[in-house]
Write a protein of this length. Structure first.
Length: 64
């Protein structure tokens, strides 16, 4: 699983007959496959959580 913040709307179909609609501005914990596709399409940026109770924060090149 991976944290991402969607920069624009994205529909993702994990399997036939299922579509998940992510809206711009949403910060979600999604599957690694969804995160990779969203970031590659320029629709999301990767986030991370430093602890269970902390809010997600944007990853920088130095933090990756």
């Amino acid at each position: 699983m991976a944290w991402v913040r969607f920069e624009s709307d994205m529909d993702w179909s994990p399997r036939h007959g299922v579509t998940v609609a992510y809206k711009a501005g949403m910060t979600q914990n999604v599957t690694a496959r969804c995160a990779t596709l969203a970031v590659a399409a320029g629709k999301a940026v990767r986030m991370r959580k430093t602890s269970r109770d902390s809010p997600p924060e944007e990853l920088t090149d130095a933090a990756e």
